[in-house]
Ligand binder design. Structure first.
Ligand code: PMP
Length: 427
């Protein structure tokens, strides 16, 4: 039985001792003390179906036994920083990870987070090209350190960072964007930025294939191929941020960018790579990787043996349990059911995404696309009370984000949709 502090006690401790900027969604916050695959448990033992996977950080399932075992085994033999000595866990995971990437993407740098991975990617792009300008998308989230906060383009997540040389392109958002689903039209904005906001040369373009924090925006088809062409012509490199869309989540492919048929020069990843342990990575070509030999570069804990042992186990589990295929099968089924729900409930303005990275945007008026901000908060609480945890995002905070552990089943999908349906019927 649970003997720890009550929710109220934790609340008091958080208020007194922890960052005042931390937030939570529910009116009465949850105290989650235990996790098992797609389920989370509060201190009373109540079970919740996790449809958010800790913001897509849990790829294979909470406390997946094989991954836990790999972490325990490695912790029992060695936990050390990555510098100075050789260690098999790090090298073996580096090789396994590189083998999952296409083309010449063969060199891996480990970090502790997505922010660090994107910071490193941006720095390498600048070193490699000798240019400074970065183009990212409006509505994007790439991290919260200097360069990544500059690349991030939602005022919700930005402080007053100096962001010279960062340009934010029109978001190729099929639902709210000015050109609908015409990817090539949005891509022209990147060409315009190169021509009319820079010296004609750029360091990099960075984007996700499906925006996570931005509210599950699946970039308009044809967008990335056209943009990558413009960027290359301007001497820049293309960075794919796979922090959320990677590791089989989109179902059809292992990486999100493959859905648009492009091959980036640098790929960044975090979250699902470690099934919950702090791990991130940058994978690039030997030619680009070479820039870091100009100085000494290291990251004390990035890619330590315990985290890389976890990452390696994640790759094995995704393969063994056919989780990418499951994301495709269950994700398609879930998307069909959510799309049918849209016919029933006026409040659903859009259903989108791929695999187990789905979004449901709520609006109070389908014509005006007025964000249903208050309604979504109310619904989230109702859905939680019925035993399902779901995420929320988008600039207006009016998009349900569904990014469960990839072991989510059709029965889980049915339960989630039935609970959403019931809650929306009572609005
Ligand atoms: N890129 C994307 C696409 C993300 O969603 C996030 C985190 N939400 C980050 C980068 C930053 O990752 P971290 O929080 O691990 O620094």
């Amino acid at each position: 039985a649970y003997t720890g502090p009550s929710v109220d006690d934790i609340y008091k401790k958080r208020k007194e001792f922890l960052s005042p900027s931390m937030f939570y969604f529910y009116k009465k916050p949850l105290n989650i003390v235990h996790g098992k695959m797609q389920y989370l448990y509060d201190e009373t033992g109540r079970r919740y179906l996790d449809s958010f996977g800790g913001i897509a950080t849990v790829s294979c399932g909470h406390c997946h036994p094989e991954i836990v075992q790999a972490i325990v085994n490695q912790t029992n033999s060695l936990q050390h920083s990555t510098i100075l000595y050789f260690n098999p866990a790090i090298a073996e995971f580096g090789e396994a990870l590189a083998s999952k990437l296409p083309g010449d993407l063969k060199v891996v740098f480990f970090t502790n987070s997505g922010t660090e991975a994107n910071e490193l990617a941006i720095m390498m792009a600048r070193l490699y090209t000798g240019s400074h300008d970065i183009i990212s998308l409006r509505n994007s989230y790439h991290g919260n350190a200097a360069a990544t906060m500059g690349a991030t383009a939602q005022c919700n997540w930005k402080f007053n960072v100096i962001q010279n040389g960062v340009h934010h392109a029109l978001n190729p958002d099929p639902y709210r964007g000015v050109f609908g689903s015409d990817g090539k039209m949005y891509a022209k904005d990147v060409q315009d930025l190169i021509q009319f906001s820079t010296c004609g040369k750029v360091a990099a373009f960075i984007s996700e294939a499906i925006q996570g924090v931005g509210g599950i925006v699946d970039l308009a088809p044809g967008y990335l191929p056209a943009v990558y062409k413009s960027i290359k012509e301007a001497g820049g490199v293309c960075i794919a941020d796979e922090v959320q869309a990677g590791f089989g989540r989109t179902g059809s492919h292992f990486w999100g960018f493959q859905g648009q048929g492009v091959v980036p020069d640098i790929v960044t990843m975090a979250k699902g790579i470690g099934n919950g342990v702090p791990l991130g990575a940058v994978v690039t070509t030997p030619e680009i990787a070479e820039v870091l030999t100009r100085r000494s570069y290291f990251n004390t804990f990035g890619g330590n043996p315990v985290c890389t042992a976890a990452g390696h186990a994640v790759l094995r589990v995704i393969e063994k349990e056919k989780l990418q295929e499951n994301a495709h099968v269950v994700g398609s089924y879930l998307k069909d059911r959510l799309t049918a729900l849209k016919d029933k409930h006026e409040i659903i303005g859009d259903v989108r995404g791929r695999g187990l990275m789905l979004g449901v945007e709520l609006v109070t008026d389908r014509e005006q696309k007025t964000p249903a901000k208050a309604e979504i908060l109310h619904l989230m609480d109702q859905i939680k009370d019925l035993g399902v945890l779901i995420g929320k995002g988008g600039f207006y905070g009016n998009v349900f984000r569904i990014t469960p552990p990839l072991c989510f089943t059709k029965e889980d999908a049915d339960f989630l949709v039935d609970v959403m349906d019931h809650s929306m019927s009572r609005l």
